[in-house]
Ligand binder design. Structure first.
Ligand code: NAD
Length: 278
């Protein structure tokens, strides 16, 4: 286990406690992007959070301290590389060792490979599945016994619109995200008679680091402004013409973690500017 920080202080919500006070969350792949926005949101709602993800140890330590200080909640980081089966299988144990429980599991870490299927390196195919599907299998199977024991659990899998529709030159991504949606439904049915839910979120294009990098490259290549490049990228797939903000994905995850979502089970929820509505 890596860095940790935290204290018991924190602003109280309207009822004297924040919605997730006393809860513990694990967000995989949360040192950047959607995972980081989700970790911040859950911490803001009072959750203790185990971060996971790659990065420079000093930068991660600073992130842990920053989130803990901003939200007055316990934050730690587990440095498991989830392509590795043993690491993925052991991640929940690290959370239980550090926090004693796990209430909200967000399987967010993911990767993709672009290119025609004829050229897709088989080793890379295995890697995409290891991170996008197998890691979620391992965290779910190891988290469920404790959730069943305590009679509460929220599992949210970050899939993609590519878990609902196809796409060109991203075969392993499409196949793995469909598999993650299938896993979501299977787990939702196995837990349907309990207070444990399992759902998937299916974002369209999200404004993470890679989106801004692609826009910068397009702007340089085509001699247009960065804003125009961002607009063109957004309009490529999204009928709305807007990319999704990581914080919007985080807000949906937080809702799925809430009491209000207790009977939302086995859903694959698009958050995609009407991409899959066409
Ligand atoms: P990102 O690249 O911004 O961040 C990925 C995070 O995962 C980082 O914290 C990174 O360190 C971590 N990570 C990478 N490899 C890892 C590994 N082997 N083990 C553990 N952690 C690892 O990613 P993002 O764009 O925020 O995407 C997050 C999830 O959302 C992914 O599953 C992705 O498929 C899905 N998604 C993203 C978009 C998008 O447009 N960004 C759209 C739909 C779905």
């Amino acid at each position: 286990m890596g860095e940790r920080a935290g204290n018991a202080r924190g602003p109280a919500g309207p009822g004297g406690a924040r919605p997730f006070s006393g809860r513990v969350a694990l967000v995989t792949g949360s040192t950047d992007g959607i995972g980081l926005a989700t970790a911040r949101r859950l911490a803001a709602e009072g959750c203790a959070v185990m971060l996971n993800g790659l990065g420079e140890p000093a930068a991660i330590a600073a992130l842990v301290a920053e989130i803990a200080a901003a939200h007055g909640t316990e934050v730690a980081h587990a440095a498991a590389d989830l392509r590795d089966e043993a690491a993925a299988s052991g991640l929940v144990a690290q959370v239980l060792q550090r926090f004693g429980r796990l209430d909200i599991l967000v399987n967010n870490a993911g990767t993709q490979h672009k290119g025609p299927i004829e050229d897709h390196p088989p080793a890379r195919w295995r890697e995409v599945f290891a991170l996008n599907v197998d890691a979620a299998f391992h965290t779910i199977r190891t988290a469920l016994p404790g959730m069943r024991e305590r009679g509460f659990g929220r599992i949210v899998n970050i899939a993609s619109v590519y878990g609902l529709v196809g796409g060109v030159e991203r075969s392993s991504y499409v196949a793995s995200k469909h598999a993650l949606v299938g896993l979501t439904k299977a787990v939702a049915l196995e837990t349907a008679a309990t207070a444990i839910t399992c759902n998937a979120v299916c974002p369209g294009d999200v404004a993470t680091r890679i989106y801004y990098r692609n826009a910068k490259l397009m702007a340089e290549r085509e001699g247009i402004s960065r804003e125009e490049a961002q607009r063109r990228i957004a309009a490529t797939n999204m009928p709305s013409g807007n990319v999704v903000a990581p914080e919007q994905v985080a807000a949906l995850v937080a809702w799925l973690g809430s009491e209000a979502a207790a009977e939302m089970r086995g859903a694959a929820l698009p958050l995609d500017g009407a991409w899959v509505a066409r």
